[in-house]
Design a protein around this ligand. Sequence first.
Ligand SMILES: [Zn+2]
Length: 307
Amino acid sequence: MSEKKPVITVDLGGTNLRIALVENNKVINRVMHPTPRGAEAIVGLIAKQALELAEKEVAGIAIAAPGTASPQMDRLSKAPNLPELNDYPMAAEITEQTKFPCIVENDANVYAMGEVFYGAARGLHTVVVYTLGTGVGGGIVLNGKLWRGVNGAAAELGHVSINEIGHLCSCGARGCLETFASATAMARLAKKYGSNITTAREAYEQANMGDKPAQQAFVRAGSALGIAIAAILNTLNPQAVVIGGGGSSAYSLLEPEIEKQLKVRAFPAALENFKLLKCTLGNDAALLGGAALIYETFETQARAALK
Ligand SMILES: [Zn+2]
């Protein structure tokens, strides 16, 4: 991989914008700014920083952004957290300003590429990654390629149903995995069971100090995750599932419950050599994943052009 050109990768959040130069599987240089408001300001800042970071020619610019990316990966077709980018032709604007090719992808998908190619699941090719944060998301990599779905909407792993008459989810449905395993949900469950906490972090600290209601919240979150992961195992038969995002700090509390559900619900053949893994890259997963995504996308395009 050492002969590959470096990549500019962008982790675009509602609050902060991080831009990095990635070469030989490492972040070589990085900058962070508050995310400006307005599509032109966001695109202008990305282009300016990309040109400053790129000391020589780069293979491309990958943008990990919150929302659903278009099938062409040239824009966000749905961006609830950055509505100014809804359907805005980001990639074309950035290429116009930098002359580098650019792709836009859902941030959880890019995060998954990072953990599969450079992190916890390095060396494996068929892996499902869950991101536990304010919400629950994820990414699916099949045979080394990101599975985006027909319309770019695949891998909304937080919105599979665990309880058809459960708590109302941010997506409008009831009882999604997110209503059990997001940070908000873990805090809500701990309070419901009688713990005197306000945040998921406090629930985690209390659980580690032996507080029974807080522990019960992680048991519930873990079993909901286990039910969802068993369904994924029976559907896709992956080599591994990675638990990522900020909520993965509670991995030791969640893991026994996930394993319990897998034993009961997953087919024995799907559990053979299966690995449940904790993420290893932290905040850099999306930055490194952008490089994997650029190489994978352009190699696929190059092969298609040869046919
Ligand atoms: Zn939902």
